[in-house]
Design a protein around this ligand. Sequence first.
Ligand SMILES: Nc1nc2c(c(=O)[nH]1)N[C@H]1C(S)=C(S)[C@@H](COP(=O)(O)O)O[C@H]1N2
Ligand SMILES: [Mo]
Length: 164
Amino acid sequence: MGTNPSDHQHDPLRPHSHEPNPEPPGGDPTMRFEFPTRAKTLIAVADLLRLSQVVLADCFIVSTGHGTSGPFTFGGPTLLSVIDAQVDTSASWSQVEVVSADGFGTRIERAELLNPTDSRPIILACQLNGAVLTRQQGLVRLIVPSEHDDALRQVKWIAVIRVK
Ligand SMILES: Nc1nc2c(c(=O)[nH]1)N[C@H]1C(S)=C(S)[C@@H](COP(=O)(O)O)O[C@H]1N2
Ligand SMILES: [Mo]
């Protein structure tokens, strides 16, 4: 663990610097979905918009370095519904890694998706206040309503969803 930016390249799931990346990573917002027993698939924003949209009002992004921003109303499918659309419901898996294009990530236990600690579900936000998220705002962004401390689970620019 450390604050060296190169740590991100080694393991995006290790603790991060609390400094948010000021500049979004480049281009293509298409995400890669990985499951051990089958070929990788791609998920686009349009695919997320086709799933049932959950709207979470009064979300705050709490930054240790930059104060709190919000309230925001984020919208998008639950992460669980995205996984269920890809993987047979009888498939066995226990956790999912969500990793960004700039090497930032978090790991979520299946139990957290089934029973969120906050009673509000974890979503893959593709909308903010009713409009599609811009690249500056994170494009596709993980919203973990139970995390109120340092935004380290609020992953922007999601590039890989890796179910294990
Ligand atoms: N991909 C990615 N997501 C990230 C970060 C980052 O650097 N890269 N920084 C995190 C941190 S530390 C904070 S405080 C918030 C900042 O979100 P905001 O830019 O919407 O305020 O994003 C979180 N998600
Ligand atoms: Mo942060």
